[in-house]
Design a protein around this ligand. Structure first.
Ligand SMILES: Nc1ncnc2c1ncn2[C@@H]1O[C@H](COP(=O)(O)OP(=O)(O)OP(=O)(O)O)[C@@H](O)[C@H]1O
Ligand SMILES: Cc1ncc(C[n+]2csc(CCOP(=O)(O)O)c2C)c(N)n1
Ligand SMILES: [Mg+2]
Ligand SMILES: [Mg+2]
Ligand SMILES: [Mg+2]
Length: 313
């Protein structure tokens, strides 16, 4: 790494900042939120060896970091405005790593129309680490909560589930990925920002830890149970080709950054229309009969899982 901490900030991060960041030259940013809006604030980290592999392309690490946070904003029905970034790099981290990381940020800033508000740079003797605090807005009272699901609501999920988890298995050499589809999905999730679903959603969460575990958060917060059919959980063509032996990994592996939506039973047609080109699939329903997540296999038997999703420890 060449130059000083301040030269690196000026070179790689200042070009990503707009007025609010004051040229990344002051102690903090000054941002005036749109009048009358409620702020939505969320933060997630990426730690080398825990959230990404040492050889992952730095641009993808940056973009996944933004997208993991955008996904949390999407799960609240919010729209993003900007973000704060922290990095902890090693003294032997190649400068090219930082340059590619910043290029990745620039790419997704354009795509999602967000700006860098500021951040913090430190060194670490351990694994690389970066975090993003995403800041966005929602109309007052309009945010979706994990607590709004009602018995009788449908359980919908966007996109396909399990590809990123299979990408990790492929990276570990446990699964063929000749098309590169699983790797692509592991490296670059598609946060479901901006779906015009006002009035159609009772509760939502994004799938980061695993479908079964994250659905459980809606159930616990809403005081309802859920029954879903594993056979209805949307699978990509590559996941279908990988076979049924990967089903549990797909349902519990996480890193999907798709949305689980609790919607009123009569909202299906409107939901599909509003989602447009974003695939949305009904996988079950919420129920007042229990407070747990029941997953049925193709024969209608209840599935048991060794773990329902990711736990750090
Ligand atoms: N260290 C912490 N300090 C304060 N609040 C925390 C901390 N860790 C988590 N939380 C809060 O706990 C709740 C759940 O956090 P969690 O990180 O599990 O959600 P998530 O970001 O949706 O999931 P994931 O981290 O798997 O993407 C959130 O409201 C979050 O703000
Ligand atoms: C190298 C490597 N090992 C494992 C995983 C899988 N993984 C790690 S943390 C997490 C849950 C979300 O994170 P958090 O709860 O910390 O926000 C998942 C699914 C990965 N992506 N890369
Ligand atoms: Mg989190
Ligand atoms: Mg989340
Ligand atoms: Mg998250």
């Amino acid at each position: 790494m060449s130059g000083t901490e301040f030269e690196r900030i000026a070179r790689y991060f200042a070009p990503l900042a707009d007025e609010a960041a004051l040229g990344l030259s002051d102690d903090a940013a000054l941002w005036t939120p749109p009048y009358g809006k409620t702020l939505v604030l969320t933060v997630d980290q990426m730690v080398e060896g825990v959230h990404f592999l040492p050889d992952d392309p730095p641009g993808c690490v940056a973009r996944k970091l933004l997208r993991r946070n955008l996904s949390d904003l999407a799960a609240m029905g919010g729209e993003p405005d900007g973000y704060l970034l922290t990095t902890a790099l090693r003294v032997d981290t190649p400068e090219a790593w930082l340059a590619e990381f910043a290029e990745g940020l620039a790419r997704d800033q354009k795509r999602y129309r967000i700006e860098l508000f500021g951040g913090d740079s430190t060194s670490t003797p351990g694994p690389l680490m970066a975090s993003v605090t995403m800041i966005g807005c929602v109309a007052p009272g309009a945010a979706w909560r994990r607590s709004g699901a009602r018995a009788g609501d449908a359980v919908f999920v966007t996109g396909t589930i399990g590809d990123a988890a299979l990408g990790l298995e492929a990276a570990r050499g446990k699964l063929d990925d000749s098309s590169g589809h699983f790797r692509e999905r592991r490296l670059l999730p598609e946060p479901r920002i901006g779906l015009p679903l006002a009035g159609l959603v009772h509760a939502a969460i994004d799938v980061s830890d695993g479908l079964v575990q994250d659905l459980g958060h809606i159930c616990r917060n809403s005081g309802v149970g859920a029954v879903i059919e594993a056979g209805l959980v949307p699978a990509s063509a590559a996941a279908r080709a990988a076979g049924e032996s990967w089903l549990e990994a797909r349902l519990t592996g996480g890193d999907d950054y798709e949305l689980i939506l609790a919607t009123p039973p009569d909202a299906e047609a409107a939901l599909r229309k509003a989602c447009g080109l974003v695939p949305v699939t009904k996988i079950g329903h919420f129920s007042g009969d229990s407070d747990e997540v029941v997953v049925l296999d193709r024969a209608g038997r209840r599935m048991a899982f060794t773990r329902t999703g990711w736990r750090h420890f």
